[in-house]
Design a protein around this ligand. Structure first.
Ligand code: NAD
Length: 533
């Protein structure tokens, strides 16, 4: 496949890409991606590329007549075979040593970066991300591999000498891999959230069976390809595609799985979390949904607030787990804030995201579009004012896809379910409050606790927010995104309460350790002892 070297590092905080070279490289990659549409891909089980007679179509949300790829409908037997392959590969992967493992992961990261444009163009077809968002997703994947490798190195493989109670005694604390981890990933960061968790597990010395979202299997396959091309041995990474109800369920039940990392909705995550324990506890990390608030006080720079909220509410159609879906604004500045926000929302260009001028593309599928139209109807019925959007585009370009418009709603009671339930569509509710404390009370009054933001120039307000808000990722006065845009090694990313189970975040310094268990080694009288390998 042709590749193009990126000339500019794209992150989620990159505001624009007026770089002609970059744009024409993307145009060329879109054309190449068109040529790849409709192909059939296999599952990856050990050293086998496994096809099945029964396949499912991965259709584009841009136009449902476009089949992006075809993948096998995996069975429970495929999962069992993948688990067996992963178990067989585990001892030699563990014994290879962390230095060699991170060498391979860094090589895979470089391959992903080299292929960034091709991957991003395919991702744009597969899930409807715009150019910058898709380029960001691919580069985030590569940086996750790099950052987790760096962490392993910084901690010298997590083997450290401890104190000693006698001169003849040598003690160490050693973190060791568990064995085989299941990775279940969502559609919305189809490469970063398949690749990141899988990389965490593999760098730690585990082997992996990945089940991606059926809305985005191609990006997971591309990740597997990069590992293979980098020289990661067969069986270390296995890919089984198919429904959550069979493939996912077998991963949950299979006794050959030693740990699980899931990213997706609260409903599925909680089911897995409560059902994963077998004869004894097995580690499970669940990263789940959010209903992420932004607070705008009377001391905010309203322009900055409107821009930051607009970017986080409508970037990738509100389909980021960190998307800003509710705003609490102080009454005195509410009118002006909403005016500025609405002006921005109305100027967003919605359309085919493979094109340069589209900032917002489609939502992922028909179910998501229905959620959007139902929410608009419900808001109207319950006395809300649709200040912007509320429509679905149905012209020649958009009629075969799922294109809602960026929607801002005011006037609903703050207890309304639209302030509480995650919708995962470009639908933002704005409510007025009398004080920062009232805003914080409402902000914290949901089962979720993923991201949150505040706009205020008053230091004591900012401090009160930082002291009180219940969320794993918080931002202050961030024009580039009120609640979104975390990057590996910069913002750790994980949820509190119903948004995440572990209290240790992805993208951060406590992640890789979660895929290992501690062994205390006390050795009397000689020099043996493990150095973590
Ligand atoms: P989803 O929960 O519908 O699906 C996630 C994965 O679980 C998919 O691979 C799916 O096939 C699988 N699955 C479904 N039913 C299953 C079952 N019974 N057993 C095992 N696996 C099953 O989520 P989605 O729609 O793909 O993604 C959007 C959701 O993910 C949102 O709620 C979003 O907030 C959340 N999310 C959270 C984070 C985070 O870091 N906290 C990041 C991204 C997305």
């Amino acid at each position: 496949m042709a590749t193009t070297t990126p000339r500019m590092k794209i992150t989620y905080a990159t505001l624009s890409a007026d770089n002609e070279e970059l744009q024409s490289a993307f145009d060329a990659a879109v054309e190449r991606a068109r040529g790849e549409l409709g192909k059939a891909y296999p599952m990856i089980i050990g050293d086998e590329e496994r096809h099945r007679d029964e396949t499912f179509e991965d259709r584009s949300p841009i136009d449902r007549d476009i089949v992006v790829s075809r993948f096998p409908v995996g069975t429970r037997q495929d999962v069992r075979d993948a688990v067996a392959a992963a178990r067989e590969a585990f001892p030699s992967w563990r014994d290879l040593g962390w230095r060699r493992r991170i060498e391979l992961m860094r090589r895979a990261a470089d391959l992903i970066s080299e292929r960034q444009f091709d991957h991003a163009a395919q991702m744009s077809f597969e899930v409807g991300k715009n150019r910058l968002e898709a380029l960001g997703d691919v580069e985030e994947t590569a940086d996750l591999l790099r950052y987790y490798s760096d962490e392993m190195e910084r901690n010298e493989g997590f083997s450290r000498p401890m104190g000693s109670l006698s001169p003849t005694e040598k003690t160490r604390s050693v973190l060791k891999p568990h064995g085989v981890w299941a990775v279940i990933s969502p559609f919305n960061f189809p490469m970063a959230l398949a690749g990141g968790p899988a990389a965490g597990a593999m760098i730690a010395g585990n082997t992996v069976v990945l089940k991606p979202s059926s809305d985005a299997p191609l990006m997971a396959y591309r990740f597997g390809e990069a590992l293979r091309d980098a020289g990661v041995p067969a069986g270390v990474f296995n890919l089984v595609t198919g429904p959550g109800e069979t493939v996912g369920a077998e991963l949950q039940e299979n006794p050959g799985i030693d740990g699980m990392v899931f990213t997706g909705s609260y409903e599925v995550g909680m089911k897995l979390y409560t059902g994963f324990t077998r004869d004894y506890p097995r580690p499970i990390i669940t990263e789940m949904g959010g209903k992420n608030p932004a607070i705008v006080t009377a001391n905010a720079d309203l322009d900055e607030a409107a821009e930051g909220v607009m970017r986080s509410a409508f970037g990738f159609d509100g389909q980021k787990c960190s998307a800003n879906s509710r705003v609490y604004v102080e009454r005195g500045v509410a009118h002006e804030f909403v005016d500025r926000l609405v002006e921005r929302a109305r100027s967003i260009s919605v359309g085919d995201p493979t094109r340069r001028d589209s900032w917002m593309g489609p939502v992922i599928n028909e179910g998501a579009l229905r959620k959007f139209t139902d929410a608009v109807d419900e808001a109207r019925r319950d006395g809300g004012a649709i200040e912007a959007g509320g429509e679905v585009l149905r012209d020649d370009d958009t009629g075969r896809g799922y294109f809602p418009t960026p929607t801002v709603v005011t006037g609903l009671p703050l207890e309304h379910r639209l302030f509480r339930d995650e919708l995962f569509v470009p639908f933002l509710v704005v409510g007025e409050v009398d004080s920062l404390d009232e805003a914080l009370r409402h902000a914290n009054a949901t089962p979720y606790g993923l991201t949150a933001g505040i706009f205020s120039r008053d230091q004591s307000e900012v401090q009160r927010f930082l002291d009180t808000i219940q969320a794993g990722v918080v931002y202050v006065n961030r024009r580039a995104g009120a609640t979104t845009g975390a990057w590996p090694g910069i913002q750790s990313f994980g949820g509190w309460k119903g948004s995440g189970s572990s209290g240790k975040s992805g993208l951060g310094p406590y992640y890789v350790q979660q895929f290992m268990r501690e062994q205390s080694q006390t050795v009397i009288g000689d020099e043996t002892g493990s150095d973590g390998e």
